[in-house]
Design a binder for this molecule. Structure first.
Ligand SMILES: [Zn+2]
Length: 511
């Protein structure tokens, strides 16, 4: 395969994250070929959520196949850059180490490495087997061979989410990572639009997270979720509020806490071990709920009945839980529930019903679900500030992109001609892109025998992602939606884009 890649160019290859119908297990390969030689890096090494659908008995996981870039003489990866800490971008690392591979240097944010450290402990990976790690942050520029990689913060649902501007002698690509354009993030840096505006014109391609493109408008902002929570808690007129949050979305822990603080309600952090693990990481990262509370409210971290009794019957229970503990003396008179995820807390809804406790959820108030991925307007905005790069969509089923093309043309959003599928290779040079190879998508299924991981190659089946599709959107509904958005735009019925000023970029230290 690699013999083909002799012509000058930047070769981009999705190894996971761009399937026909399944979008997890992210991993992307970049190889630059120029006078300066050959340089290869990998961006993200996630795990594939739906490994059971690949039909291999006793499988524990599935991961993208990057073996050739670990063993190969020619295009050995010099580094792995991780955009953020979510399992579909990070968790492949441990399985490769368990399978006996030595990985190149990892570049990721401080929080991502904290989550990786937990994985190393969970999988009992000794220090000497772990790859070297380099902590990166917004504004850093790293030189790897012929590539210059600039790190830019991205608004997403965990700390230290980054996009990368990859500059090579052949072209410049902005790899967004999971992101939205939201400048209202709490305790985290927002998408660095200021720097993106500066780089407008030099960025020729945007390898962008198109996960949320089938919703119009901007993605829900954190401040909107916060305001909605405050409003709902107030309106309920109840003293005890059940507010479960999704374990891997630290931003919701913080928003829920801030809403409780604003209304002077005490807080009980309550949940399963997964929840406490992420809560501890948030605190290790430097967020002190006790300092934020400053004697204005009490904060407790257990479900101890005596401790709960000190909270004057006035509190918000924030956590990951699906039962209503006896310790809360919950009843319809004094309690209200606010459910912030679609299906994850269904058993809790049952329990609230059993206690006759009223609740609201994301069906009635969509703002409750924190959102980490841009909507259509976010991409319109990105297109505008980057002065019309060619978009290479990722993190999105292929049919969504195919349906999106007509609308994209109307909105002057340039798209790669061929919608990329896993394992295809594209050569990027200047503003030109051409598909040079297509091989069927595959995964490495991980089977553990004691301490050792065996990797088995399995080709992707068309049905492997059906679960995902059922949960989100069908082909027909998707097409209808895009037609509706198109009509809306033809009528001129959308808010205009903001004026942009190309200000000088000033790097601000985190507070
Ligand atoms: Zn993510």
């Amino acid at each position: 395969m690699t013999e083909l890649l002799e012509e000058y160019g930047l070769y981009w290859q999705p190894l996971g994250g761009n399937n026909i119908d399944q979008i997890s297990g992210h991993s992307y390969r970049y190889t630059d070929v120029s006078d300066l030689g050959r340089t290869t890096i990998i961006v993200d090494l996630g795990k594939f959520d739906n490994h059971q659908a690949l039909g291999i008995k006793n499988s524990s996981a599935a991961v993208p196949d990057i073996r050739i870039f670990l063993n190969g003489e020619k295009d050995r990866a010099e580094a792995i850059f991780i955009t953020h800490s979510h399992p579909d971008h990070l968790n492949g690392i441990v399985h490769y180490i368990k399978a006996g591979y030595a990985l190149p240097k990892l570049y990721a944010g401080k929080y991502t490495f904290m989550i990786l450290e937990d994985l190393y402990k969970q999988f009992e990976i000794p220090k000497y087997k772990r790859p070297k790690q380099v902590i990166i942050d917004d504004g850093d520029v790293i030189k790897i061979g012929a590539m210059e990689i600039e790190v830019l913060s991205s608004s997403h649902t965990c700390f230290d989410s980054f996009g990368f501007v990859i500059k090579t002698p052949n072209t410049t690509v902005y790899h967004s990572g999971d992101m939205k354009i939201d400048s209202s993030t709490y305790f985290r840096r927002a998408t660095n639009t200021r720097r993106l505006k500066q780089l407008a014109g030099t960025i020729k391609f945007a390898v962008a997270d198109f996960y949320g493109v089938y919703d119009d408008g901007y993605a829900i902002k954190e401040v909107t979720t916060f305001k909605k929570l405050v409003q709902l808690i107030k309106k309920s007129r109840k003293n005890k509020i059940f507010l479960p949050v999704y374990p891997t979305h630290p931003e919701m822990y913080i928003i829920a806490f801030l809403a409780a603080l604003k209304l002077r309600k005490n807080v009980v952090f309550f949940g399963n071990p997964d929840f406490y693990c992420y809560l501890n990481r948030i605190m290790d990262y430097g967020i002190s709920f006790d300092n934020l509370a400053k004697n204005r409210i009490k904060v407790i971290y257990t479900h101890n009945r005596d401790e709960i009794a000190t909270l004057d019957e006035n509190y918000v229970v924030i956590g990951t839980y699906n039962h209503v503990s006896q310790a809360f003396d919950a009843n319809s008179e004094n309690c209200f529930g606010i459910i912030t995820a679609k299906t994850f807390f269904n058993p809790l809804k049952g329990q609230l019903n059993a206690h006759n406790i009223k609740f609201t959820d994301v069906t009635t108030a969509p703002e409750l679900q924190g959102f980490g991925h841009g909507f259509l307007k976010d991409y319109e905005y990105l297109n505008f500030i980057l002065a019309h790069p060619i978009f290479i969509p990722t993190h999105c089923p292929v049919f969504v992109i195919e349906n999106f093309r007509e609308l994209a043309r109307f909105m002057n959003i340039k798209m790669l001609d061929d919608t990329p599928r896993n394992n295809e290779i594209f050569r990027l040079i200047g503003k030109k892109a051409e598909k040079i190879s297509e091989l069927p998508a595959k995964w490495l299924v991980v089977i553990y025998n004691g301490d050792f991981a065996y990797l088995t190659e399995v080709f992707q089946k068309a049905t492997s992602g059906m679960g995902f599709l059922k949960r989100t959107i069908s082909n027909r509904r998707c097409l209808r939606r895009f037609q509706m958005f198109l009509q809306r735009r033809k009528r001129g019925d959308t808010e205009p884009l903001p004026q942009i000023h190309h200000e000088p970029f000033i790097y601000k230290e985190p507070q």
